[in-house]
Design a protein around this ligand. Structure first.
Ligand SMILES: Nc1nc2c(ncn2[C@@H]2O[C@H](COP(=O)(O)OP(=O)(O)OP(=O)(O)O)[C@@H](O)[C@H]2O)c(=O)[nH]1
Ligand SMILES: [Mg+2]
Length: 294
């Protein structure tokens, strides 16, 4: 029987949800013990399907995530969600809304929802999002849904983290194909034309024809189109390019290494170098060569 003395990683692997929640907090706060937990669970990860859900603010990502949870649960799949909270004060109100919508699933042990309050220093997803996804994967969830607003660096980051990305579009909100950020269309493995009950949906669908990706129409508020979306996602899952996992780890290993190396820098040494370079006393190339020798 797993007691409080059992390592968190073992308790997570046994399906202990409280241990999982605790480990998520440790990982998010980057406390030193989190490295042991992540090492402990790593061999048990790699089974989940990680899906990024991104798109314009208000396109219906949260409603769709909630509807997708319901559809996946009806297929006996265990689902974890990482909701990346928008840090912008303008969209801050959406967070509470998301929590309320998601509350319907809170009683279900086959559903685990985690909101990320923190983000990367340069915008985009916090690097701990990757570790969080790893924990959820090892904990045995079949699906990991990562909802993030398609602004700034987020959608590029989510495409690197997830095995596949669903881009949510909706009519009547400036989601004219010309107005949509080009980058967001390029990362899509599947387009979800949500709010298909709204005027302009047919027009948007027609405009999307030129993009060589499947498109599924949904009404997230009623669940319409969700079985079709699930089917499209299953077929993407079944035909993932084998090199995608390698591309993921190529990015991730470099990111982890860079982070550790930067963390080793002495802040005083950095401050000094900054002053010298800004004052043209020393060139930055020489500084980097010196740092690499340390
Ligand atoms: N008519 C209609 N309304 C929808 C549909 N899906 C979502 N909505 C509504 O659209 C509004 C925004 O939905 P959200 O799910 O919060 O959208 P979001 O993309 O998560 O928004 P942010 O996280 O703030 O970017 C809500 O009022 C939803 O009820 C749909 O298919 N049809
Ligand atoms: Mg949302």
């Amino acid at each position: 029987m797993a007691g409080p003395q059992t390592p968190l990683s073992e308790r997570i692997l046994k399906g202990d949800i409280r241990a999982l929640a605790r480990a998520c907090t440790l990982v998010e706060n980057r406390v030193p013990e989190s490295a042991a937990i992540l090492k402990g669970v790593f061999p048990h990860s790699g089974r989940a399907f990680t899906l990024g859900i991104t798109g314009s603010p208000g396109a219906g990502k949260s409603t769709l995530t909630s509807a997708l949870i319901a559809e996946l649960r009806s297929r006996r799949q265990r689902v974890a969600v990482i909701a990346v909270d928008p840090s912008s004060p303008f969209s801050g109100g959406a967070i509470l809304g998301d929590r309320i919508r998601m509350a319907a699933h809170h009683e279900d042990p086959g559903v685990f929802i985690r909101s990320m309050a923190t983000r990367g220093a340069l915008g985009g997803l916090a690097p701990t999002t990757h570790d969080l996804a790893l924990l959820l994967d090892a904990a045995g969830f079949d699906w990991i849904l990562i909802e993030t607003v398609g602004v700034g660096q987020d959608e590029v980051d989510v495409a690197r983290l997830a095995q596949a990305t669903a881009v949510v579009l909706a009519p009547g909100m400036g989601d004219d194909v010309q107005a949509i950020k080009a980058g967001i269309l390029e990362i899509a493995d599947v387009f979800v034309l949500n709010k298909a009950d709204q005027p302009g949906a047919a027009r948007l669908e027609q405009d999307m024809h030129e993009w060589p990706r499947p498109l599924v129409k949904t009404v997230a508020t009623s669940g319409e189109g969700l079985p079709e979306l699930c089917q499209a996602l299953e077929s993407i899952r079944a035909t993932l390019p084998p090199l995608r996992a390698q591309a993921h780890w190529d990015y991730r290993l470099r990111q982890m290494f860079a982070e550790r190396v930067v963390a080793r820098l002495d802040p005083e040494l950095v401050a000094q170098a900054v002053r010298r370079v800004a004052g043209r006393e020393c060139d930055p190339y020489t500084i980097i060569e010196e740092w690499l020798k340390v």
